[in-house]
Design a protein around this ligand. Structure first.
Ligand code: HEM
Length: 443
């Protein structure tokens, strides 16, 4: 058995030994009976970190009240301790710009209070999205060339070909789930290309992404934390084999870049997992939920689709407006590195701070009639969905390209996508998306 195999075995055993079962998402899942309307709550009781708010699509008035009455708002949960919600556009930009006070370490999602003992395996998993300089930049440089304008230009014909094949293969006249038939299909193929893996293995990446972002619940996509651990152990093994192959024969894919990168090639298998999950979730859940959200938006605002058919140049602004309106990642977490005063609130060292992009993108001081989906919106590209600071999304232009090509090809085929019933949404306060969007295609 080689050292790497021993590492894998140790990591696997550590991993299966168990992570804390009680996460803030699991704690808030107890609101199964439905969340009261914002105006029925005391201001202090408004708590936007609640997967039910998002699954029921009832987050709007909760954030609207916070933006106007308490834009830097404090809550407490047994599983997370005290945390702050920053809800206005300019306050989020201010916090993002100050990474020394508001660090991305140790994690970008709400978690247990700093200092909570975690199994070694969990502790080791890190990715450059949850690192501060200088290590952040050292690792980001390693994979940055995978999504440069030149790289996107090279991959555009392949994206267009695949979009065409998927659209031409859709059942006409029958109801089907747009999420599975289009959004997952297209982003899954894109991921396989970025990772340089066989197309038939793409379902593995998609599965691991879902396992990572879903709250375990009976009858759900993931039934238990133990099941989640077992699936991750499989992923560890899959990537270990790939890593060794690319170490020996590098290609132009993300694994080769990480396996040969100055800052990443000596990483342990568990350390690798962090960046691999970042690239899988970063490249998948986000774009896919924007593709699904665009169908919902055009059905909620059919005059916008009619306008785009009449003037196809409106498709240029579509990626900006739909990424603003959908905001596929509802928030990013920061952690206060010292006691500080922020907009009149006293934030303590180690407090968790949630930057709610989903609220900033509906801030009426920046966006007129913000709940309206409007392709004519001139400042749509001022949305905060990609972040604004040193961690600005590395795949932003690639995501915009995929969304634009999808709708260019739909227009090209004179298609209309008609919603047949209310969509089913993800059960998460972080991933803001859809599980099922039942549609029919009309040509
Ligand atoms: C609509 C689609 C997308 C959205 C809304 C989105 C959103 C985000 C956000 C909010 C961040 C963190 C910003 C911060 O912490 O300040 C981020 C970072 C990142 N995204 Fe995206 N993303 C999208 C698509 C993609 C794609 C297609 C990739 C490709 C692989 C990608 C790769 C990354 C990476 C690697 C980072 C970490 C950057 C860093 O820490 O320096 N994203 N993204």
């Amino acid at each position: 058995m080689t050292d790497v195999d021993a590492d894998i075995e140790a990591a696997r055993a550590e991993w299966l030994a168990g992570a804390p079962a009680r996460s803030p998402e699991v704690e808030q899942a107890r609101f199964a009976g439905g969340v009261p309307d914002a105006d029925a709550l005391e201001l202090a009781d408004i708590n936007p970190f609640n997967p039910h708010l998002f699954r029921e699509d009832r987050w709007h008035d909760h954030f609207a009240r916070l933006r106007s009455e308490d834009p830097v708002h404090v809550n407490e949960l047994a599983s997370a301790g005290r945390y702050w919600s920053i809800t206005t556009w300019d306050a989020i930009r201010e916090a993002e710009a100050d990474w020394r006070s508001f660090s991305s370490e140790p994690s970008i999602v709400l978690g247990p209070p700093i200092g909570t003992p975690l199994p070694k395996a969990i502790d080791q998993i890190g990715s450059f999205i949850s690192m501060d300089p200088p290590e952040h930049e050292r690792q980001r440089i390693t994979v940055r060339r995978s999504t440069t304008p030149a790289a996107n230009k090279l991959v555009e014909p392949l994206i267009r070909q695949r979009v065409g094949d998927v659209l031409d293969g859709l059942p006409v006249g029958n109801t089907f789930n747009w999420v599975q038939h289009v959004s997952v299909e297209l982003t899954g193929m894109m991921l396989a290309t970025l990772f340089g893996i066989p197309l038939e293995d793409r379902s593995k990446l998609l599965r691991w992404s879902d396992v990572a972002t879903t709250i375990p619940e009976p009858g759900g996509l993931v039934e238990s934390t133990a099941q989640r651990r077992a699936e991750f152990a499989e992923m560890l093994e899959y990537f270990d084999v790939l890593w060794e192959k690319r170490r020996a024969e590098p290609g132009d894919d993300l694994i080769s870049m990480l396996a040969h990168g100055e800052a990443t090639r000596h990483m342990t298998p568990l350390q690798q997992v962090g960046n691999l999950m970042l690239l899988i979730i970063g490249g998948n859940d986000t774009t896919r939920n924007t593709m699904s959200g665009s169908v919902f938006a055009f059905n909620e605002f059919p005059e916008q689709f009619a306008a785009m058919r009449a003037d196809p140049t409106l498709v240029d602004n579509l990626p900006h407006e739909i990424i603003r309106w959908q905001t596929p990642l509802a928030y990013m977490r920061r952690t206060a590195t010292a006691d500080c005063e922020f907009r009149g609130r006293h934030i303590k060292r180690h407090d968790q701070v949630l930057l709610w992009y989903v609220s900033a993108n509906r801030d009426a001081t920046v966006f007129d009639d913000p709940d309206r989906f409007d392709l004519g919106r001139r400042n749509a590209n001022r949305h905060l969905s990609f972040g604004t600071g040193i961690h600005y999304c590395m795949g932003a232009r690639l995501a915009e390209l995929q969304i634009k090509v999808l709708w260019e090809e739909i227009l090209q085929r004179n298609m209309r996508v008609e919603l047949q019933a209310a969509p089913t949404r993800t059960f998460s306060s972080f991933i803001h998306g859809y599980v099922d969007v039942p549609v029919r295609v009309i040509r």
